[in-house]
Design a protein around this ligand. Structure first.
Ligand code: PRP
Length: 184
């Protein structure tokens, strides 16, 4: 994957490291949801790659669903309200629900979404996040299952983007500051 090599300062996690950790996560999730037929909800778009790799490792029945939420604009950042752009197809009341997120950064997106979904009376509601960046946390939220705790830095690849680019990199990399500084 050479087309953007110059834009990546360093590789944070190789596809091999991600794959090994996903085996462990899938083992734990399969054990916990063995007979629960959970609705496994992917938050578009960043989580798509993680979601696809994770669900193929789950050794229990599941159902798939997708949700898309708006990023908060600068003006409503403090309120933390997210708007649903595309809702789930399934009703979540009375279901075991597992939310799949790529990264919990400030925690504003996921805490707002969890609050909203709780009001719909799921039987249980849990979160798996591939990445957790606690250094930037602004809300008291932590995933029930975490892939990796990572340091601060602009991470791209494996679904994560900068200006919609780099999502298709098979690894997680730290974006060179030169890339985003030139757009400031
Ligand atoms: C990213 C990421 C999380 C959220 C994390 O989504 O996928 O949903 O930001 O940030 P937070 O913890 O500070 O709220 P984004 O809005 O960039 O959309 P995308 O998934 O389509 O890239």
């Amino acid at each position: 994957m050479d087309y953007c090599k110059a834009d990546i300062e360093s590789i944070l996690l190789t596809s091999g490291q991600i794959s090994e950790r996903l085996d462990e996560l899938a083992h734990d999730i399969s054990r916990d949801y063995n007979d629960k037929n959970p609705l496994v909800i992917c938050i578009l778009k960043g989580s798509v790659v993680f979601y696809g790799d994770l669900i193929r490792r789950l050794n229990c029945p599941i159902e798939m669903d997708f949700i898309s939420v708006s990023s908060y604009g600068l003006s409503d950042r403090s309120s933390g309200a997210v708007k649903i752009k595309k809702d789930t197809d399934n009703c979540i009341a009375g279901r075991h629900v597992l939310i799949v997120e790529d990264i919990v950064d400030s925690g504003i997106t996921i805490s707002s979404l969890l609050e909203l979904l709780k009001k719909r009376d799921p039987l249980s509601l849990k979160l798996v996040s591939l990445l957790d960046k606690p250094a930037r946390r602004e809300r008291d939220v932590s995933p029930d299952y975490t892939g990796f705790i990572i340091p601060d830095g602009f991470i791209v690849g494996y679904g994560l983007d900068y200006a919609e680019r780099y999502r298709n990199l098979p690894y997680l990399g730290i974006l060179s500051p030169a890339v985003y500084m030139k757009n400031k």
